[in-house]
Design a protein. Sequence first.
Length: 487
Amino acid sequence: MTLIAGAAGALPIGRLLSAPSTSSQPEAADLRAVKLSGAETTIERAAVEDFRASFRGPLLTVGQEGYDAARRVWNGMIDKHPALIARCADVADVVRAVTFARERELLLAVRGGGHSFPGYSTCDGGLVIDLSSMNSVRVDAPTRTAYVGGGAQGVHVDTATQKEGLATTLGEISHTGVSGLTLGGGFGWLSRRFGLACDNLISAELVTADGKLRRVSDKDEPDLFWAIRGGGGNFGVATSFEYRLHPLNPGVLAGSIDYPGPQVKDAVEFYADLMSNAPRELSIDLSLSPGADGQAIAGMRVLYTGDAKGGSKVLEPFQKFGKPTENTIGPTTYLAVQSQADGPPLSPSNNYIKGGFVREYSPGLIEVLTREFRPDDRIFAFFQNANGAVADVPQTATAFSHRNAIANMMLWGHWHDASYNEQGRAVIHANWDKLAAFTDGYYVNLNDADPKGTDRNYGPNFARLATLKKQFDPLNLFRLNANIKPA
Ligand SMILES: Cc1cc2nc3c(=O)[nH]c(=O)nc-3n(C[C@H](O)[C@H](O)[C@H](O)COP(=O)(O)OP(=O)(O)OC[C@H]3O[C@@H](n4cnc5c(N)ncnc54)[C@H](O)[C@@H]3O)c2cc1C
């Protein structure tokens, strides 16, 4: 943790910044903050007030009403105290905030939906650019296009697009931010059919480190457009996205099927076989979670978005396989599926995840998963489908390079007791060590900073990304992400 030496001696910055205050007025003192280098700095109160005067949204400092609520992010494990939270009302606010941070070389975090597992959208002692108020969605049904603010969540987009019988790929939890998700790739129920969220981007507006607002698309700033489709938040603040939409009937076939203990290995093999040849309208997530008897349960969450007749045929193999304890497959809506696994928008749990892409469900992987991995109430395994339309895009056509994966495999830990944090992380790492050999690259939207280097995140696109990073962000202002250091 960063330390600031002051009159009270060296104290963790989180404690200094969170000193209780009952005032809802700006405090009179200068603001202590942290620079990109990690060194402490002071921001004069007058500078803060000038910034505030030029800013349309609320600019929150410690002790102000709303500060504590605004500093919370989804993961209950993350408890940080920014010096300033800039809740941007519009693009001009974003430009001002980027400029304020760059001129002072302040540590900067950018927050879309706040769902980063490692907590990259907040920081201790720096400035947070919070886009959550910029969440407008406009759907142009005739051109099948959606214009979406950088602070929107999946539910905002899905609700507006489904009204028109349209959709685009977004994540499977409705309160996840579209920004982080899209910039890192973006898997969801529809990615096998329509590609990743980033594959459906037509253009975006981006405020780069120099404070310029740029439209990026195939025609405008094509290098930057390439880089933000998988390069995470490394290249600037995306203030809006233009997405391609697809016709999607709101009525779908979906549900879950569970196979208990003795059937788990067969169920995983059945799943692997089914998904290797499945039509693109079918998506199935597999989880290994604990059953009441302490043994694992193989759970399959199923969505079929084609017509009902085709669905019965595609799902026929389930009728012939095993003895599930639960089978809830039936007609429902796409919107219901998109929120079926939602927890509260701010997780009450401490969450930690490790994930990596798998290219095949090899016998070795299935053996380790079903014989050596033991899910319990604090850890489960999860496979999200890749493949299908994701693999239609060449590996170097966008910054997202993991086009050959069949799934994204994750070990997800969650617990309430903060004293278990260290042990929880160790348990996940110990289990991950047995599975890592079966993975090929990491998903930038999940993991803590990769100790083995960013080529595991960005594959063959890493060198081009590092060159572009040097061109557009030589200071590495946007560093709280799966960071690409300027070449
Ligand atoms: C409950 C849950 C479910 C998830 N489900 C899925 C899923 O189905 N599919 C999937 O692919 N992923 C999924 N994820 C992972 C998700 O894609 C990432 O956590 C993603 O980063 C979340 O985006 P966000 O805007 O909410 O995050 P934030 O925490 O706000 O940001 C994450 C990163 O993106 C940067 N960033 C955010 N907004 C911007 C912006 N506008 N401009 C520039 N940089 C920005 C941040 O600085 C940070 O580095 C899930 C995560 C959670 C917690």
